[in-house]
Each structure stands twice: as structure tokens, then as C-alpha cells.
Design a protein around this ligand. Structure first.
Ligand code: HSE
Length: 367
């Protein structure tokens, strides 16, 4: 299967290559690497031997692919996808970006959650597959067991989103802010007045010199309750995606309302979210835990104890892992039909690269 990779050098593309190498996915594949900036240079060697980077705007070269997998971003997809289809290319397009997510011809892929939707789309001749928004994917990876059981009337999600969701520069900016705090406070007496320490931290966060080009505000030592741009009704686009994409991924009819507030916090690559679920009926907690845990092989129900929560249910504990822990499960004081939970997932794995890697494997009959 001749497979063209576009945007393989960025953060999601790099994680994708790392995962494909780890799983032996390049074996038997015929990979071709495209570049928007370095065509003619050497392609990365993933076992195919020496090869040259092709131009990522070369429609004829791209149209020679059976599959194109892009992590290049929405601008490239907006520019090239219509040209490829207009040129009669009917290969399979797999995209990490949000450019085509609302298109009728696109199926959102998250196979542990929606394999039947993917299989039905393939059977119906769908040729366009798109990775969903990371926050939505990670919420569904955690809670799909409850959706499948028809127990979810609505979900309110309050997110704690990592810097990686805003890109590589955002991760660097977060760490640069942490470094600035470390440097500013390094000379203080560790046994000194706590208010002196606090004053230095506050002054550093407020100072002109703090790098804030990406987030436009301090993120280290703070939180920013705004992700992406404003859409209608006071929602951010990230909040809107929660409802739209969750329903499209699972093909829910009638739709299940999903809404809340998306917040950026100073985690590196794991998004977390606190959810309130209105159940369609009161169900014993043990049954809910079983439904969540049995939904697919990657979800873990974390016991509601301080030790287990600290050890397993944090962004730091989940980074780099395909596990999706769900914990703090309990009925809320509002009544037995109100369930709360906290869930975490690696934004670059299940939130971005892994569903695309697996879609390629599904096409090859390997999953
Ligand atoms: N929009 C997400 C975020 C990442 O900013 O965290 C991409 O899904």
C-alpha cells in the first residue's frame, strides 16, 4: 500500500512515526514522505532505505498514493484535499486536523469507541477519515462504556488541558515560564517568609519579561479558562467540539448534550477532565464501574482513594502511556442519577496519533 506521509516532522507526526516504528507498522508498507519546506532532501529512514522528500503541493505525486496520512495541519488540508479530489484521486485520506471534521464525507476515527461506525463507513465506500479533537477522544475513551449502555442523558465536562494541545511552542513556553519562576526565586532563603516567596512569584508572572507569546498570559502557576476562539453563544470552539464531535464519532441519535468549560493548565501532554454525567436512570456504582472498565482494553477504573488517585489519575502519571484512567467515581449530592468522574489521557497518543495509526492498520486488515 503506497502511503504518503505529510507533516511527519511536527509533534503529532513525530509521535505517529514513533508509534508506527514501535508497532512494526512500516513493515510491508510502501511509505513516501512529502514536505512543504524541504523537498529534495532526505526522507526519514523508517526501514524503506534511502529516499527523497517529495513536494507536498505536487498533486500528481500525491495522487499516486493509495493512502495519504497528514499531520500537516488544517491549512494544508484546506489547500490540497479539494485539489486531489477534483483531480479524480479516490485514495484514502487520513487527517489529524479539524479541517474536514464537519464534512459529510468524513468519518471520525477512534476505533476502540466507534469501530462499527468505521466499518460501516468503509463498507459504504467512505475514503476520508479524520482523527477527532483530543479532548473529545479522551473523554470518550474513558466513558464510552456508559454511552454504549445508553445511560448518558447529558455530560458536563470541565477540562484541564495540557500545553501540548496548543503545539510544540506552547510546551516550550510553559517550561520557559517555569524556568523564569525558578530563576527568580532561586536566591530566596528556603526558610524565609512565605509572603516574600509569593510576592516574587506574583511579580515574575506579572512581569513584561515573562514569555507569553503563545498563551498571552501566564500558564505556569496559573490556569487559563479559554481554549481556541469564540464561537456562538459564548462557547469556545473547543467547547463546541465537545458536543458536535462526541455525537458524530458515536453516531448518537438523538444527540447527547456535551458541554462545559475548557481550561488550559500547566501540564505538558495529558489532558484531564472532571465530568458530571446525568444518567438516564440510577444505577449502582459497581455496575457503572464495570461498564466503564469493560468497554475496551485501555481503560482503567481507579479506586476512589488518595493513594490510587495520586499514583494513577494525574497527567504526570499518564504521560507517554496508552492507558486511560477514570477515577473519583461517585454519585453526586444532587441525586443518584448524577455521577461524577475524573479522567486523564495522553493528548498526543489517543488524543492525536494513535487513532490515525490504527486507521491505517484497519485499512491493511491488521486490526
Ligand atoms: N484543541 C486541543 C487543545 C488540541 O488546544 O488542547 C487539539 O485537539
Amino acid at each position: 500500500m503506497r502511503t504518503g506521509f505529510v507533516g511527519w516532522r511536527g509533534m503529532v507526526g513525530s509521535v505517529l512515526r514513533q508509534r508506527m516504528l514501535a508497532e512494526g507498522d512500516f513493515t510491508g508498507l510502501d511509505p513516501v514522505f512529502f514536505s512543504t519546506s524541504a523537498a529534495g532532501g532526505a526522507a526519514p529512514d523508517v526501514g524503506q532505505g534511502p529516499a527523497t522528500l517529495l513536494r507536498a503541493d505536487d498533486v500528481a505525486a500525491l495522487a499516486g498514493m493509495d493512502v495519504i496520512l497528514t499531520c500537516q495541519g488544517g491549512d494544508w488540508t484546506h489547500a490540497m484535499y479539494p485539489r486531489l479530489r477534483a483531480a479524480g484521486w479516490d485514495g484514502v485520506f487520513i487527517d489529524a486536523s479539524s479541517a474536514l471534521r464537519t464534512a459529510d464525507e468524513a468519518t471520525l476515527v477512534l476505533d476502540p469507541v466507534n469501530r462499527p461506525v468505521i466499518d460501516a463507513a468503509l463498507a459504504a465506500g467512505c475514503r476520508t477519515f479524520v482523527g477527532p479533537n483530543c479532548t473529545v477522544s479522551l473523554m470518550l475513551m474513558g466513558l464510552v462504556g456508559l454511552f454504549r449502555a445508553g445511560l448518558v442523558e447529558w455530560v458536563s465536562t470541565m477540562t484541564y488541558q495540557a500545553a501540548s494541545g496548543a503545539g510544540a511552542a506552547a510546551m516550550r513556553e510553559l517550561v520557559a515560564q517555569m524556568v523564569a519562576l525558578g530563576q527568580a526565586t532561586a536566591g530566596l532563603d528556603p526558610a524565609g517568609d512565605i509572603l516574600d516567596l509569593d510576592a516574587v512569584v506574583s511579580a515574575t508572572l506579572a512581569s513584561e519579561g515573562l514569555p507569553t507569546q503563545v498563551f498571552q498570559a501566564p500558564l505556569a502557576g496559573s490556569a487559563i479558562p479559554w481554549v481556541d476562539r469564540l464561537v456562538d453563544g459564548g462557547q469556545t470552539r473547543e467547547e463546541w467540539k465537545g458536543g458536535y464531535e462526541a455525537n458524530k464519532i458515536m453516531g448518537l441519535r438523538p444527540p447527547v448534550p456535551v458541554d462545559g468549560i475548557c481550561v488550559r493548565i500547566g501540564a505538558m501532554r495529558c489532558h484531564a477532565q472532571a465530568v458530571t454525567i446525568k444518567l438516564t436512570e440510577a444505577v449502582p456504582l459497581a455496575t457503572l464501574e464495570r461498564l466503564i472498565a469493560e468497554a475496551h482494553p485501555w481503560v482503567d477504573v481507579v479506586p476512589n482513594t488518595p493513594e490510587a488517585t495520586r499514583a494513577q489519575l494525574t497527567p504526570a502519571a499518564t504521560a507517554g502511556s496508552l492507558r486511560v484512567p477514570v477515577g473519583r467515581l461517585r454519585p453526586l449530592a444532587m441525586g443518584p442519577e448524577y455521577l461524577t468522574a475524573f479522567t486523564v489521557g495522553d493528548q498526543l497518543l489517543w488524543g492525536a496519533a494513535e487513532p490515525l495509526r490504527r486507521m491505517l492498520a484497519i485499512l491493511r486488515g491488521r486490526l
